[in-house]
Write a protein that binds this ligand. Structure first.
Ligand code: DC
Length: 207
């Protein structure tokens, strides 16, 4: 049985969040930014004075975490929305996301979120098409040229963007890779609307 989910993966700056949010709006579905969840755990670890390299302490935080991402990113009742995209978090989050226990805790929450939604959910991240919702109605892998991706992440330096991609793609647990049956969309020279329409066209026969 397929779940009422459109799963979107792709590297930093490929347009995942913008496209997923716009698509959810078009469909009247919910939207889940799973990167924000890993970021929230990272903020919490920093606040608790835990070293990012301390896998068991970071995993304990993820196990206890209750995270909301809509309308704002909140972890255990604390609003961290304005703090999840700092340089410190950009650097720490790709380490936090390598920990298997952290990933298991996040995947549990992501699946339970989608099951609670009244219509459907557009979910974006790195392992959504391969691990979290391999049975999604539609799986999409977004790409864009490295130049365009670093341009889109204007507030993060190019080296940091590419380093994060490298860690996300090379890690042992749930690395970023495209599912064999994912629809590939290159967003480099396209508007958000064009990408959304392309995805809607693929989704239509499944609805
Ligand atoms: O999408 P983003 O840049 O906000 O993601 C932040 C980090 O979290 C990124 O380095 C990869 C990781 N991540 C992940 O491993 N799995 C996900 N489903 C989403 C994000």
């Amino acid at each position: 049985m397929t779940v009422n989910v459109v799963a979107i993966d792709g590297p930093v700056g490929s347009g995942k969040s913008t496209v997923a949010r716009a698509l959810a709006e078009r469909l009247g579905w919910s939207f889940l930014d799973t990167g924000a969840m890993y970021r929230a755990v990272t903020v919490r670890a920093i606040d608790d004075g835990i070293a990012i390299e301390d896998e068991s302490a970071v995993t304990a935080i993820a196990d206890r975490a209750v995270i909301d991402t809509v309308p704002r990113v909140v972890i255990n009742g604390v609003d961290v929305e304005d703090r999840i995209r700092t340089d410190e978090v950009n650097q720490g989050v790709s380490i936090v996301a390598t920990y298997q226990g952290v990933r298991q805790a996040m995947v549990r929450q992501q699946r339970s979120f989608a099951l609670r939604q009244p219509h459907g959910t557009v979910v974006e991240g790195r392992d959504i098409t391969t691990v979290v919702f391999p049975d999604a109605k539609l799986k999409v892998f977004l790409t864009a040229s490295a130049e365009e991706r670093t341009r889109r992440r204007g507030d993060e330096d190019a080296e940091s963007v590419l380093r994060r991609d490298e860690i996300d793609s090379a890690r042992e647990h749930s690395p970023l890779r495209h599912a064999d049956d994912a629809t590939m969309v290159d967003t480099t020279a396209k508007t958000v609307d064009e990408v959304v329409l392309e995805i809607l066209k693929c989704l239509k026969p499944t609805l």
